[in-house]
Design a protein around this ligand. Structure first.
Ligand SMILES: C[S@@+](CC[C@H](N)C(=O)[O-])C[C@H]1O[C@@H](n2cnc3c(N)ncnc32)[C@H](O)[C@@H]1O
Length: 354
């Protein structure tokens, strides 16, 4: 890896901005809530909760099952919320509202399916890169102004759409970290080309992406179960918006990095459990935290895409979420989702001309 103490900028596109809460929310008019999906995607309004994909159960399926006990579905321990805003222009704070959840303001071609409100932020973690490397100049970029207010002096946040051409000086970064943009990027090749351009020769791009596939190695995530349907509905929604959720399955990180000119220097696959089922103590802890983080705001993960793109109603989502929580917590279900970390280096021999 490059020297993290270098005084040149490092960036964390779409990554370094979690942990705080959002500013004031404004409601948008019905029908004006969705950012533009890909040109060939059907408009959200034209969707119904039925889909032609034979592997996806209709939303009504979950209401026909015996109801889940409400106490079993109680996540009240995570309802605590803080509040903070950054000093940002008012338009950035003009959030769109979908069924009571807020999403980033209209900006470029961005379509982030995750809410930016306090409930959802509680389920994300905080990126402490700047604290860890006080001699590095760190820039955090996100389309939503959900950054913490108290930040180290070597860190600054920018609200921007990373799917647009980057305006950074070519050959100016030592390290670029991009995490969890799955389902938000129409063209991974273009994104990594921008990163390549912005990096110095010898600089590194690290990409960490997770799959929407909730799976198991022992068949305990069964076809038609709530966990299985999570995978399938998200995957279908990604096809409809033209922003794939199958980044890992299609090996897109490698393909797009190599196409941009990176040499792959590191790759690893991680299985993140969704509950405390792993025997290994560390994996068990990770599973417990992940289960809490996901379980804390299942509705937040689902609301945008499952209503606006897949045509579910909020009530259908709530019923499904209760079944999903129970599935996740079952000791008999050994579910995990795959994550892939890929690091590429811009060759030292790469010309410094932009
Ligand atoms: C799942 S969260 C991950 C947050 C953080 N990167 C992390 O790893 O903890 C995805 C983040 O990407 C941001 N995002 C989505 N599309 C974006 C875009 N086109 N440009 C910049 N940020 C974007 C969202 O606002 C959201 O904060």
């Amino acid at each position: 890896m490059s020297d993290p103490s270098a005084k040149t900028p490092a960036t964390a596109s779409g990554t370094a901005t979690t942990g705080a809460t959002a500013g004031p929310a404004t409601s948008s008019k019905p029908g004006s809530q969705a950012a533009s999906p890909a040109a060939d995607a059907p408009s959200p309004e034209s969707q119904t909760s039925q889909t032609s994909n034979p592997h996806i159960l209709p939303a009504s399926h979950w209401a026909q099952l015996p109801p889940v006990n409400v106490r079993e579905d109680d996540d009240s321990a995570f309802e605590d919320a803080a509040s903070s805003t950054a000093s940002l222009t008012a338009s950035i704070l003009e959030y769109r509202t979908v069924h009571g959840r807020t999403y980033h303001s209209e900006r470029g071609n961005a379509l982030s399916w995750g809410p930016n409100d306090a409930i959802h932020d509680e389920s994300m973690d905080i990126f402490d890169f700047a604290d860890q490397y006080p001699n590095a100049e760190v820039i955090g970029v996100d389309v939503s102004p959900q950054q913490p207010q108290w930040i180290p002096p070597n860190l600054r946040f920018e609200v921007d759409d990373v799917t647009q051409p980057w305006t950074y000086e070519p050959n100016s970064f030592d390290y670029i970290h991009i995490r969890w943009l799955v389902g938000a990027i129409p063209d991974w090749y273009a994104l990594f080309r921008e990163a390549y351009q912005a990096l110095k020769p010898g600089g590194y791009l690290e990409s960490q992406e997770s799959s929407c596939m909730m799976t198991s190695d022992d068949g305990t995530v069964k076809d038609g179960s709530p966990l299985d349907q999570w995978s399938k509905v998200f995957s279908e929604a990604g096809k409809k918006t033209g922003r794939t959720f199958n980044v890992i399955e299609d090996d897109l990180q490698r393909k797009a990095m190599e196409a941009a000119g990176f040499e792959i220097t590191y790759e690893t696959d991680i299985k993140t459990a969704l509950s405390g089922w792993p025997r290994d103590e560390k994996l068990k802890q990770i599973g417990l935290y992940t289960g809490l983080a996901v379980g804390q705001d299942i509705e937040g993960f689902l609301t945008y895409l499952w209503t606006m793109v897949m045509g579910w109603t909020p009530a259908e989502i709530q019923v499904y979420a209760a079944h999903l929580r129970r599935d996740m917590r079952s000791p008999n279900v050994h579910a995990y989702y795959p994550t892939r970390i890929m690091v590429g280096r811009k060759p030292l021999t790469a010309g410094t001309a932009s």
